[in-house]
Design a protein around this ligand. Sequence first.
Ligand code: PLP
Length: 396
Amino acid sequence: MAPDGHAPLAPNVYDADPIPDAARAEIDRLLTSGDLFRYTAPEGAPVALLEAEFAALMGSRYALAVSSCSAALFLSLKALDLPRGAKVLIPAFTFAAVPSAVVHADCTPVLVEVGANYRVDLLDFAAKLPQADAVLISHMRGHTSDMDAIMALCDESGVPVVEDAAHSLGTVWGGRKIGTIGKVGCFSFQSYKLVNAGEGGIMVTDDPEIAARAIIMSGAYEQNWKKHPGLQNSFGHWQNKLPLYNLRMQNLSAAVIRPQLPEIADRVAKGRANHDWVADRLNQSPHLAVPPALPQEERAPDSIQFNLKGDWSDDEALGFQSSAKKLGITVQVFGLSEGNARAYWNWQFLGDLPDLPQTRAMLMRACDVRLPARLTESELGYIADAILTAVRDVKD
Ligand SMILES: *Cc1c(COP(=O)(O)O)cnc(C)c1O
């Protein structure tokens, strides 16, 4: 083992990707002028350009760049104009920031069971939908829940759907881009997502009223909404009637994000190929199972999730984790790492938590390994071999 604690050949999957060189000149210009606030320039501010480019990329009418995906989720719920205490269905497998955004928006999250394939359980969803005022679908780790079934059920009962596409930039469902199927789609530019700005988020919608309300609440105070294209009547109507939460993005973030947009397609293709290559190897073990993509789904993974298959005790699962660690590969069993923010029983801020046996069983045996798109075939081979060796350490 190397002195830094890494096994000598293990790739470091936690390093972020470098920012394209094209960002430097623009950042330099911004530093020289000091023009970092999105609403100072009369037009053409980097944040406004990012919004136009992202809306075009997604084929959406409106895009609003904000400080994080969590801020985008919060604003989406606020912009739906739900009554205080409204019930919002969310999958029980997601990141703690998602139920937090629901609480922040004065709504009550209702957790829906998730199956062994990490996707919303449609029976539990249909059973809980009658009590819901809105639905927030988190495509956790880029796994798309059945959006055809979910949209059919929600359209029938008139319940609006927000998509948490934080980890799904580039994913396609039945030919449609994830994040454009529900009323609003929210994306993240946090460092461990496909586009890295340290922090940042963006929401897209085709609904002019939702766009106008979200833009004003994000902090377009006084006449600043005039710097967003279209919508004059809607803005005029909502001005001064909504709180200003000040969740704006600043120009430096947009300058870091914009040169990455042309790289998305390439990162998606590489990430998918890497994922599928490692998945094929892991599926050769009788003790592991990588759930396949759904038939309508073209994924954009930057990590891999797999289940410990058959009879595994907690001790065996922990032994597997530590064997992999000795080989330099961090495998996280979601439910077995202390205080994991993706294990719903740790969301104590919600108060009394329901028991969700199906989601719990999945979390206790589902493993998470990062696989950034930049990895080479030999690095992928190292990771797959280390996982298989760690399984054999415990199971043979
Ligand atoms: C990262 C992530 C978030 C939070 O995004 P931030 O930009 O960090 O607020 C929400 N949901 C999912 C599924 C995520 O992966």
